[in-house]
Design a protein around this ligand. Structure first.
Ligand code: ATP
Length: 369
């Protein structure tokens, strides 16, 4: 049984369609990250699931029960807001106890349940503090405790790490993931931070202009984006336009301005004229181009795709070097390689990659409302 189901969910604000015909099912215990640029409709979707925003059309089911018309307190969804929304005049204990009191849980049970959840989020001993007396991370965990204390069916997180510094944010990713798995609670996690989405989620739902572009496991989203927009939004993309001229032996051959490239594709066939070939920067290997025009064959060079170019820029990132290499009058690619050997600006280089590393997708930029 799906634990969250959204059916044709639609919401407009005046002429703006913020969420457009969204269909989605989350399995029990699954964590799905909603990822997309600012204004793509992530928060509006989350607020509709929580009951803070009313859908214009469509239906919402939580734990198999339709909740579309119900107010937030009758939906059984724990929510953590971006700014935590803790009551500043209540202690940590009182903040966490609040939802239980609203649900008329007996006083003696409340004490025990709050103590248990505070222990789970490592806040034992801080129950008497007020939110302004807590660090950002402690406030965050108080908000998590408040959302989880009444064992909700689903957990809804709206950019829960946005207010923390970079190091704490990274630690909290793993913390939230392990807490979520310990509770086995179905979770929607809204973020515009792709690293966060890729690290945390079982599946990532990529949204643009209110429209779901793709929902898949993180590796699929990165390696096999459904369209050029998703490829470009998640990670660094090298998108080389072309036309499929042959797809007879499983490998597709694409005619491009930098020559014929061989790659693999999902739904693309030779009948789809306009495509782009996406090669991720870490998939491109750099080689010295010899004066004879041949390659330095000191490394094993995958045979399928070979290009030549000139290094236009190099940035040193510590664990790797980030190059911009011009491979044609209109085509510059990013290459991320080990920092040694060093290729300098102006060097003529050869680039190689396998057909498996070249993912062919539809050229159109993805669906927008
Ligand atoms: P962010 O990452 O910036 O929070 P988001 O993807 O969560 O963005 P939403 O907050 O869902 O985006 O907003 C989607 C669109 O709807 C935006 O264009 C936003 O301006 C608009 N919008 C959201 N709430 C309202 C509202 N109450 N009234 C009018 N427009 C709204």
């Amino acid at each position: 049984m799906s634990s969250i189901r959204l059916s044709s969910l639609t919401k407009s604000f005046g002429p703006l369609v913020a969420v457009n015909n969204l269909n989605l099912e989350l399995r029990q215990g699954e964590l799905v990250a909603f990822l997309g640029p600012s204004g793509c409709g992530k928060t509006t979707t989350l607020r509709m699931i929580a009951g803070f925003e009313r859908a214009d059309r469509g239906a919402i089911y939580l734990g198999g029960r339709e909740v579309t018309g119900l107010p937030p307190e009758r939906r059984d969804a724990g929510m953590v807001f971006q700014n935590y929304a803790l009551f500043p005049h209540l202690t940590v204990f009182e903040n966490v106890a609040f939802g239980l009191q609203m649900r008329k849980v007996p006083k003696s049970d409340i004490r025990q349940r709050v103590a248990d959840i505070l222990a789970k989020v490592q806040l034992t001993g801080l129950g008497d503090r007020y939110p302004p007396q807590l660090s950002g991370g402690q406030q965050q965990r108080t908000a998590l405790a408040r959302a989880l204390v009444y064992n909700p069916t689903v957990l809804l997180l709206d950019e829960p790490l946005a207010n923390l510094d970079a190091k704490l944010r990274e630690e909290m990713r793993f913390y939230i993931r392990s807490l979520q798995q310990e509770f086995g609670i179905t979770t929607v996690y809204v973020t515009h931070d792709q690293a966060e989405a890729l690290v945390l989620a079982d599946r990532v739902a990529v949204m643009r202009g209110g429209v779901l572009q793709q929902i898949d496991a993180p590796e699929e989203i990165y390696r096999r984006p459904r369209n050029a927009w998703v490829a470009d939004f998640v990670g660094i993309a090298n998108l080389i336009p072309g036309r499929v001229v042959d797809d007879s032996d499983g490998v597709h051959v694409v005619e491009t301005s930098v020559g014929r490239l061989r790659g693999v594709a999902g739904e693309i066939t030779a009948a789809d004229s306009d495509v782009v070939v996406n090669v991720r920067p870490e998939s491109l290997r750099l080689h010295v181009q010899l004066e004879t025009g041949g390659l330095d064959r000191s490394g094993a060079i995958p045979a399928e795709n070979q290009l030549s170019g000139v290094v236009e820029d190099r940035a040193y990132l510590g664990n790797l070097a980030d190059y911009r290499v011009r491979i044609g009058p209109d085509v510059v690619v990013r290459v991320q390689a080990e920092p040694f050997p060093v290729f300098h600006v102006g060097d003529r280089v050869a680039l190689s990659f396998t057909a498996e590393q070249a993912w062919i997708i539809n050229a159109d930029g993805g669906v927008e409302a």
